[in-house]
Design a protein around this ligand. Structure first.
Ligand SMILES: *Cc1c(COP(=O)(O)O)cnc(C)c1O
Length: 415
């Protein structure tokens, strides 16, 4: 028996072979990967994982690929930073930053999902890969396609940050800039996916793609010394990442890697695009689509595909959701940079801003082991903070000019 059992409908439970399909023919519910856990349980152990590659592929047994050849062999296993300074500032004893700003090769958490999606796409015989993207996904698909010699089309909205546009063009895929927002791009791509035999990583390959997010949960547990955290804060675009961190934590318990999971799953959005957080705070189990207007463009999905499941997941775990303004996002980026030396993109500002709110509200408590997921790199969204960081202090190239400007004492110590 293989470790992948089938694709299963999240609504009616119908099962399908593990091919490039994503919706149930009977009820149109979304499909997700189902595993033969009994089989996985027999071979997986902490020791076998620790002896594995220094990448997310050490958890290959829990990923929907056949292997052993993979696309994106270096993705994942990013640092888990004990954030003492930020923790002290916020009043938390044990705060960690899971730092995917340095993921390989394109500096965002998307390198995880794309590595799984393209590995599976290649196993299913595809030669052309594509995606509908809010920015980081396109960068990662383009880079991985180049490295694995696959044909590539990336579809992006018309208002992306300069570094994210450039971060596509440099790999020379077909970059399609659609006049509209992400939701327009996604609608168009769903039509194209139906017409062309391509692997759209977040459409017909979505069940596999989404599983890549689980590696953030696995790494969290292993890097905390084989324990699940008490609280996590996760940025939400489609909501997929949030649901998969919960799935990953529970799988680890299920296959016997940890004894218990009591993690509260908290979701973070920007006020300018918060359909999921708004629904949660209103006590609704469904969201109303919105038209996004926020500097957090990587999270700007007005009609989130996994919004309903994200709401369910957070409720089931006993977690919370909240949202922050553009100003609070910028403050969050600066706070993380100035306390921990980590330069995050706008999504990271959303995470830190919401973390701050949840601590203030007493939702996250001082003694709780807390992990904040920082999913993208600040060098890709420079325009968001350009006005908020001031300018360098300019001097003449002379000692006099320096000492006049900076009144520093001689021979050590400030004056
Ligand atoms: C895509 C993305 C997310 C989360 O995406 P989901 O669609 O919710 O899985 C979070 N942060 C960044 C930087 C992203 O690019």
């Amino acid at each position: 028996m293989a470790k992948i059992r089938s694709l299963v409908c999240r609504e009616c439970g119908s099962e399908y072979p593990a091919k490039a399909i994503h919706v149930c023919e009977l009820c149109f519910g979304p499909l997700e990967v189902k595993y033969n856990y009994d089989e996985i349980k027999q071979t997986i152990s902490r020791r076998s994982i620790e002896a594995g590659p220094k990448s997310m592929w050490r958890y290959m047994d829990l990923l929907p690929v056949e292997g052993p050849q993979v696309v994106g062999p270096h993705a994942g296993l990013t640092p888990m930073v004990r954030a003492k300074n930020l923790g002290a500032y916020l009043g938390l004893d044990e705060l960690y930053i899971k730092n995917d700003t340095v993921n390989h090769p394109t500096l965002s958490f998307k390198d995880r999902v794309v590595a799984v999606a393209l590995t599976r796409a290649r196993e299913l015989g595809f030669e052309t890969v594509a995606c509908a993207s809010t920015g980081n996904l396109a960068n990662s698909v383009a880079a991985h396609a180049a490295a694995s010699s696959m044909q590539c089309y990336v579809f992006i909205p018309g208002d992306l940050e300069a570094a994210k546009v450039l971060g596509n063009l440099i790999y020379r895929p077909n970059v399609v800039e659609v006049e509209g927002n992400y939701d327009d791009v996604n609608r168009l791509c769903s039509e194209i996916a139906g017409e062309h035999g391509w692997a759209f990583v977040n459409i017909n390959i979505r069940p596999y793609y989404a599983e890549g997010s689980k590696t953030l949960a696995y790494e969290t547990v292993e890097q905390l010394g084989w324990r699940a955290p008490d609280q996590v804060v996760i940025p939400m675009a489609s909501g997929s990442l949030l649901t998969k961190i919960w799935k990953g934590l529970n799988e680890m318990k299920h296959v016997g890697l940890i004894d218990s999971v009591a993690t509260k799953i908290n979701g973070a959005q920007a006020e300018g695009c918060s359909p999921i957080s708004t629904a949660f705070k209103a006590g609704r189990d469904f969201f109303k689509p919105v038209k996004p207007k926020t500097i957090a463009k990587s999270l700007a999905i007005g009609n989130p595909a996994d919004g309903y499941y994200a709401l369910k997941t957070t409720a089931e775990s006993g977690g919370a959701m909240d949202m922050v303004s553009d100003e609070e996002i910028v403050d969050g980026i600066k706070l993380l940079a100035q306390t921990e030396g980590i330069f995050a993109e706008t999504a990271g500002g959303v995470t830190i801003g919401v973390l701050r709110k949840l601590v203030k509200q007493g939702v996250i408590k001082k003694h709780e082991v807390t992990v904040a997921y920082i999913t993208g790199n600040g060098l890709k969204t420079q325009e968001a903070v350009l006005e908020a960081v001031g300018r360098p202090t300019r001097i003449h190239p002379s000692l006099v000019s320096f000492e006049k400007t900076f009144k520093v004492g001689k021979h050590g110590g400030d004056a």
